[in-house]
Write a protein that binds this ligand. Structure first.
Ligand SMILES: NC(=O)c1ccc[n+]([C@@H]2O[C@H](COP(=O)([O-])OP(=O)(O)OC[C@H]3O[C@@H](n4cnc5c(N)ncnc54)[C@H](O)[C@@H]3O)[C@@H](O)[C@H]2O)c1
Ligand SMILES: [Zn+2]
Ligand SMILES: [Zn+2]
Length: 361
């Protein structure tokens, strides 16, 4: 059997997205069909639409989602129809060299659904990050579904599926932020704001938010930033050093993805401190640094993919913290929108008006 559902499709480079009817197959072995309840609009969806990821148009966009499992294929035991799940793009394989070393958050061979979703004329769709959740229903590998407490709001829970997890994990998992640490976060959009919330959860003593937009600095404060710096008006490196006894922060998280902000992060950390790059650069960007400074300043320069998260370990725990009132996921939801408003949401994102627009179905 197949299902005809409404979905948001990007048909060509830079062209506005369209609402279309697509065909979703019933789940085969190892797959699950999920009825989507909410899906956040992430910067990466816009990258896909602009052809910045690859040229495999048409794309089925959306990948920050929560919903309810409708049916599962043969051999699926971890989730069952009726389960409330967050979708993830890291269904670990258990067999690649990273998994075998016990570092499955780096898994190099993650699973997606094997069957293809298509347009009505049979054209195969490329689901964003192997998910494709700006749709009434989507087909994923069962391992892409992580069961969490159904008392959580779908709009908030879905955000853990990408940007918010990337930010929290950049602080907690990659940056290893610990009790008493000083942290600076450069770029306080959805990802950076989540890094601020994560630093707080980890017990950081000082959390410095840096952005060029005062609106983002306001939300950063709400999520626990102890200090804010508008780097349009002030030198970010000087300001962070001043706020940390002249030394720099123990951990600096770069959540913009540009060489100039990476350089700020590099020089705004204390000796032997850690830089975490979670912002995603574009292919033409280059970085030039004196090698002597790389050596002389010591410490660690790390990148963070999806916050080095393990969905099965991290999603249920973070949802519990949310339900206990200790992690304000609702603060990330600037607006809820309908499926046919994704294009408008891209515009608002481009203008910096939102942390997250979330499609609610
Ligand atoms: N590593 C991962 O797994 C992962 C996952 C999701 C998103 N990302 C990436 O993280 C980055 C941030 O995503 P987002 O959703 O928060 O985007 P966003 O557009 O919401 O936020 C970017 C923020 O950076 C600020 N900014 C821009 N230029 C700046 C500058 N020169 N100095 C200081 N601040 C500046 C903007 O004002 C904005 O608040 C993107 O590059 C995105 O692709 C990475
Ligand atoms: Zn693996
Ligand atoms: Zn994303």
């Amino acid at each position: 059997m197949t299902h005809q559902v409404r979905a948001v499709v990007a048909r060509g480079k830079g062209a506005p997205v369209s609402l279309e009817t697509i065909i979703v197959p019933d789940p085969g072995p190892g797959e699950a069909l999920v009825k989507i309840e909410a899906c956040g609009v992430c910067h990466t969806d816009l990258h896909y639409r602009e052809g910045g990821i690859n040229d495999d148009f048409p794309f089925l966009l959306g990948h920050e989602a929560a919903g309810v499992v409708e049916s599962v294929g043969e051999g699926v035991t971890d989730v069952a129809p009726g389960d409330f799940v967050i979708l993830n793009w890291r269904a670990v394989c258990g067999q690649c060299r990273a998994c075998l070393r016990g570092q499955s958050w780096y898994c190099f061979n993650t699973h997606n659904a094997k069957q293809k979703m298509t347009l009505l004329d049979g054209t195969e769709l490329s689901p964003a990050l192997g998910i494709g959740a700006f749709a009434e229903k989507t087909l994923v590998a069962a391992g892409q579904c992580t069961k969490v407490d159904p008392n959580a709001s779908a709009a908030a829970a879905g955000l853990l599926g990408c940007g918010v997890m990337a930010g929290i994990g950049a602080a907690i998992n990659t940056g290893n932020v610990g009790r008493g640490d000083s942290v600076a976060v450069i770029g306080c959009g959805g990802v950076g704001a989540a890094a601020i919330a994560g630093s707080n959860l980890a017990g950081a003593a000082k959390v410095i938010a840096v952005d060029i937009d005062d609106r983002k600095l306001e939300t950063a404060k709400k999520l626990g930033a102890t200090h804010t710096v508008n780097s349009k008006d002030a030198d970010a490196v000087e300001a962070i050093r001043e706020l940390t006894g002249g030394f720099g922060a123990d951990v600096v998280i770069e959540a913009v993805g540009r060489p100039e902000t990476y350089k700020q992060a590099f020089y705004a950390r204390d000796l032997a401190g850690t830089v975490v790059l979670v912002g995603v650069p574009t292919p033409e960007m280059k970085l030039e640094l004196p090698l002597l400074d790389v050596f002389g300043r010591g410490g660690a320069l790390k990148s963070s993919w999806y916050g080095d998260c393990l969905p099965s370990r991290d999603f249920p725990m973070l949802i519990d913290l949310y339900l206990q009132g200790r992690l304000d996921l609702d603060a990330f939801v600037t607006e809820t929108i309908a499926l046919d408003e994704v294009e408008k949401a891209f515009e608002r994102m481009h203008h910096g008006d939102v942390l997250r627009s979330v499609v609610v179905l």
